[in-house]
Design a binder for this molecule. Structure first.
Ligand SMILES: C[S@@+](CC[C@H](N)C(=O)[O-])C[C@H]1O[C@@H](n2cnc3c(N)ncnc32)[C@H](O)[C@@H]1O
Length: 219
């Protein structure tokens, strides 16, 4: 999945992953992370998610990374928010009050951009990447996230022989293989959600397990 693939998806408006509401798991489980008011929350591969606005409206400071300029422009337009644009490191920063969306490639991230992050919120980010990229993604994050940061991760698992990604299937064993060297891993919620995904069912899937994780760096 190269960046051009995603830019094309945005240009053709093929963005079925975009939810028309705030993600209910974010709303239900954020309190489990005990993060302080006005903490910084990082959303890698953020799209134009309504979760950004929800977190900002709860006084968190949100940093998102998104490769599609269209996604970022649409986000600010649809939310009716004016943003200021400037170059920051290898990214174009679009900033408005407590929201900063960085347009560019996640894999160009460096430590100083994330030095004040308390929580990484990963909904449809890890599972947007193919296997090899998932390893690179976690390696990069493990090296640059602050030592007291936590991760709220949402995954989907299904039979990858029946349907190709994205979203890609990420099993619990894979989450462990990717994260357990450095993180304590707790499953907060697990459910078969196939009934809510009609198009995946039509493509032959009989089961689609969604998991919500709390990951905390081992001390
Ligand atoms: C499946 S979508 C999820 C978006 C968002 N997290 C949500 O819940 O709506 C994945 C997003 O990641 C972006 N993306 C993919 N690869 C990227 C990369 N290497 N750097 C930055 N953004 C990327 C895509 O443009 C797309 O908007």
């Amino acid at each position: 999945m190269e960046i051009e693939f995603w830019q094309q998806r945005w240009d053709l408006d093929q963005i079925a992953f975009h939810l028309p509401t705030v993600n209910p798991h974010l709303v239900s489980f954020l309190e489990k992370f005990n993060i302080s008011p006005s903490s910084q929350i990082f959303i890698p591969l953020c799209g134009k998610s309504l979760d950004i606005t929800w977190l900002a409206s709860h006084n968190y400071s949100v940093i998102g990374i998104e490769c599609s300029n269209k996604a970022i422009v649409d986000f600010f337009q649809e939310q009716g928010i004016e943003s200021e644009t400037k170059d920051v490191s290898k990214f174009i920063s679009h900033q408005a009050k407590n929201i900063q969306l960085l347009q560019g490639d996640f894999f160009d991230l460096d430590q100083k951009l994330l030095k004040d992050i308390s929580l990484l919120y990963d909904r449809a980010s890890l599972i947007a990447l193919p296997f090899d990229k998932r390893k690179q993604y976690v390696n990069l994050l493990s090296n640059i996230l602050p030592s007291d940061s936590q991760i709220l991760l949402i995954t989907l698992e299904y039979d990858q022989n029946i349907m190709s990604g994205p979203p890609f299937s990420v099993s619990n064993n894979e989450v462990k293989a990717l994260y357990e060297d450095k993180y304590n891993i707790d499953i907060l919620h697990e459910d078969d959600v196939i009934e809510g995904y009609k198009t995946f069912k039509q493509r032959g899937l009989g089961s689609l397990v969604e998991r919500v994780y709390k990951l905390s760096l081992k001390i």
